[in-house]
Design a protein around this ligand. Sequence first.
Ligand code: CA
Ligand code: CA
Length: 437
Amino acid sequence: MRTALAATIGLVLAAGVATVPASAAPVTTPAGARQVLPANDGWAASTTGTTGGSAADDAHVFVVRNRAELAAALAGGTDPTPRIVLIKGTIRANEDDAGNPLTCADYADPAYSLDGYLAAYDPAVWGRATRPSGPLEEARVRSQRNQAARIQFRVGANTTVYGLPNARLIGGNLLIQNVDNVIVRNVRFEDAADCFPAWDPTDGSLGNWNSAYDLVTLTGATHVWADHNTFSDGNNVDADQPLYLGRPYQVHDGALDIIRASDYVTASWNVFQEHDKTMLIGSSNTVGADVGKLRVTLHHNKFANVGQRVPRVRFGQVDVYNNYYYQTDEDAYSYSWGAGVYSAIHAENNFLQRSADLALEDFVYDWGGTAITEIGTLTRVGTGPVRAVSLVGEYNATHDPDLGTDAGWTPALRAGPVTPTAAVPALVDRGAGAGRA
Ligand code: CA
Ligand code: CA
């Protein structure tokens, strides 16, 4: 029955696409690609609301099948004419203009080699007091820039990026920078791997490898709606990466990062799975441009075996309601709600499904915050009983200083009634992720 239904839906969607001429737009645009953010649906509904490229004329509806077509349709993010970019099939960001795959070696500066980099910045040689500098680090930066020019896609104002059935962007970073009014729906984003991670011996007590690319980045962006997407590391998961200098070679950065005075963002009905640094809201403790900004609503998302930053918040009033946290891999788990400086997380009716070895006290982490409002959390181990829990309370019982329990604001922007927590897992499993918008 389930298979028959899925097949029927697939046929209906495929029939819509089949009417599209093989070459280019104008096309029969799926209704979902013209949808605007509903009224009151989270912070992105504030003030002017979020309409993306819904007003695009036929000349600005693009069907893109490869990297070159995607780059051309987005026009470098500089043209605010309303546009709809429909991703068809799998697009691989690491390919040349003729469609040939590119490898890390193709981006590497002649002066860079990983072996040379490891030898030069081994703590036994370089120490741990300062970050790498000098010719090899400069060559790494040049190499990274070569890759960035190929895999980063700037999205302009008044744009909707929408995935046709089975659409995927592999290896790319969607960069929504200093623009207003963008919608991203129905896309599978996978594995924006950085070929040239940077070693930072000052990050943590043992040092860390850090990478440059999120799957989707909002920086200085306003009115953005990310809906029904699936974010993951694809077939290039962190567990398969080597250790270098004694630390995991982390080739991934964020899944959906929201930084540098971005504001008015709604992320709904997305799936984030098997990824470490999931969602950074605010990237600096500096009291400056972020003050009063970074307002984000997260609802009906599934966070499945993600490691940390779910989200990690600085400055913003962030409404986290009706999300489904599924954490059954304790080895790859750090924490979920990160309360950073001046953060104001309001968490309501979230469900935490977990394995027995995942400690409730680890769910919250205090990065210099003061309080989290938490209402209606339920948790369950395996198929055991569902029970009410205060995750902030579990944190406070085992850590000092305590976090307060009133983040100081009450969300007003919600599209409908809050879902009873017990209904969240089934509802979100049925509705979240790419292919369902
Ligand atoms: Ca990032
Ligand atoms: Ca305490």
